[in-house]
Design a protein around this ligand. Structure first.
Ligand SMILES: Cc1cc2nc3c(=O)[nH]c(=O)nc-3n(C[C@H](O)[C@H](O)[C@H](O)COP(=O)(O)OP(=O)(O)OC[C@H]3O[C@@H](n4cnc5c(N)ncnc54)[C@H](O)[C@@H]3O)c2cc1C
Ligand code: SF4
Length: 477
């Protein structure tokens, strides 16, 4: 095995001051992709008790064989660990970086549950595959035989790419269509580079292209090519378009300058890191530098916005969420990271409107949690007379995403959708009621996780291979 570089490992423990002011400190940044040395990976892996009831594995959406690759890593058999890891996961180094492990594998580690701190499964998974890339163990796809059937995939996010990978290994002709200029979906333009470095995504896109996957980028299905034409062109079509319609606020001042949508803000930042010209970033419209930033929302997108603002040099960053910490949808680990970087959370606070144009402040109403609704979640109620104004030069709305109206946009009224606008598809295969049309990832689940999109893409590809009579044709790398 090639000698591994001993690289910096950034520890997660840090003394927390009693109360943080809103001043951000660059030295407090904690880049979660910080390098992980072999000794650390071995030490962590050897902590796995091989308990025999691997809850970690059953709580990983891909059912990764975690105990086995931990054991192999502990024994220094990294290439074998990589083989085991990549057998169930198309992008292990990506999941290792950005899965909310505290809610999945690590949160269910028996060592964690016995109070001794989880094995850092995600970091080890990332380390194994990064090492595989460094050592040339990750090879381009080389199908044993070419097949004549073709599959068109709409959307080059993790769901579409995972399906492309499985299909191409079996020799199927695969074309991926995407309206963006780069593949990767939210891996490329949504998730910030401090969580997922962009070269990690680019090398996977390159690997697929080198393996014979055709990318038709800058191609908006419904505008540049019709859905009906795609169906006619391919034996099967997979819809993997994600959810992109931002939920908006209806409140006075919403249209004011300086009140922006989360994805616009994050995309501008990601494009800048690719070296693209981004006029709205350069003009300051989508740039937090020197500004008092208020982010509205309590999900992971809101956490990405606050942490990106910190890195851009905001003078202060606050996050408003209408429920309390225990009831927020985002990962607790992300909140902790943000707090350590100087972000102030205003729990039980909802925007009532905005002052100024460009914006100068957010009118905030204080909330309390009332009776549970039908889902059992406590409903936030306004506390009368407790309003105040939070100063702000940039307000970022991170209120979630909904599906676009695909049946209308694509002139396909028969495309089956749920009452939420997501595509109705079988969860295990992605098959819809339309012959040869499948759907995977967020467009089926609603806003979800990368690891679930990968799972869907892999399952769907296998179902298509079965229909084509091509199972068993998947070539080893
Ligand atoms: C800011 C942000 C941060 C996130 N952070 C995390 C995280 O840390 N961990 C995690 O697990 N998940 C995270 N997620 C969720 C995760 O990114 C998604 O669940 C996942 O990317 C869904 O994959 P997908 O393939 O279904 O769709 P997407 O990744 O959204 O990809 C869909 C692709 O389809 C293309 N497309 C859409 N319509 C068309 C059309 N008409 N024609 C052609 N192409 C089209 C889009 O351009 C896009 O490239 C985050 C989401 C956001 C918004
Ligand atoms: S894919 Fe995600 S949930 Fe599964 S082992 Fe890796 S980090 Fe954990």
């Amino acid at each position: 095995m090639a000698e591994q570089p001993m690289l910096k490992f950034v520890t997660v423990e840090r003394d927390m001051p009693e109360k943080r002011d809103a001043t951000v400190r660059k030295e407090d940044f904690r880049e979660i992709y910080a390098e992980y040395a072999e000794a650390k990976a071995q030490e962590q892996s050897s902590r796995c008790s091989q308990c025999g009831v691997p809850y970690c594995q059953s709580h990983c959406p891909l059912h990764n064989n975690i105990p086995d690759w931990l054991r192999l890593t502990a024994e220094g058999r990294l290439q074998e660990a990589y083989e085991v890891s990549q057998a169930t996961n198309t992008f292990p180094e990506i999941c290792g970086r950005i899965c909310p492990q505290d809610r999945l594998c690590e949160g269910n580690c028996v060592i964690e549950q016995s109070g001794h701190g989880t094995v850092t499964i995600g970091a080890v998974e990332k380390y194994i595959t990064d090492t595989a890339w460094d050592n040339g163990w990750v090879m381009p796809i080389a199908p044993r035989q070419e097949r004549s059937e073709s599959v068109g995939i709409i959307g080059a996010g993790p769901g579409g790419l995972a399906a492309a990978d499985v299909l191409r290994r079996a020799g199927v002709q695969v074309t991926v269509y995407d309206r963006y200029d780069r593949a990767g979906g939210l891996l490329t333009y949504g998730i910030p580079g401090f969580k997922l470095e962009k070269d990690i995504v680019v090398r996977r896109n390159d690997q697929l292209e080198q393996g014979g996957v055709t990318f038709e980028l800058n191609t908006n299905v419904g505008e540049d090519i019709s859905f009906a034409d795609l169906r006619a062109k391919h034996d099967a079509v997979i819809i993997a378009t994600g959810v992109y319609k931002s939920r908006d606020l209806e409140a006075p001042g919403v249209g004011a300058g300086g009140v922006v949508r989360a994805l616009d803000f994050l995309t501008a930042s990601n494009r800048k890191s690719f070296g693209d010209a981004v006029p709205k970033f350069d003009s300051g419209a989508l740039n937090a530098e020197g500004k008092r930033v208020v982010v509205i929302g309590g999900g992971d997108t809101a956490m990405d916005c606050v942490r990106t603002s910190v890195r851009q040099g905001a003078t202060s960053v606050k996050c408003l969420y209408r429920r309390d910490r225990a009831n927020m949808p985002g990962s607790q680990r992300e909140v902790q990271n943000a707090e350590e970087e100087g972000v102030i959370f205003e729990w039980l606070s909802a925007p009532r409107g905005f002052t100024g144009d460009p914006v100068t402040g957010v009118m905030v109403q204080k909330m309390r949690l009332g009776a549970p609704d039908a889902t059992g979640r406590q409903t936030p109620e306004v506390i009368e007379g407790a309003d105040y104004t939070e100063d702000a030069d940039l307000v970022i709305m991170a209120l979630g995403f909904e599906p676009e109206a695909l049946p209308t946009l694509w002139d396909q009224p028969e495309l089956p959708v749920t009452r939420w606008g997501t595509i109705k598809a079988e969860f295990t295969t992605g098959a819809t009621e339309l012959d040869g049309v499948y759907a995977v990832g967020d467009i089926v689940r609603g806003a979800s996780l990368v690891v679930w999109a990968i799972r869907d893409g892999r399952d769907c590809a296998e179902a298509i291979l079965e229909k084509l009579g091509a199972t068993g044709a998947i070539a080893a790398e």
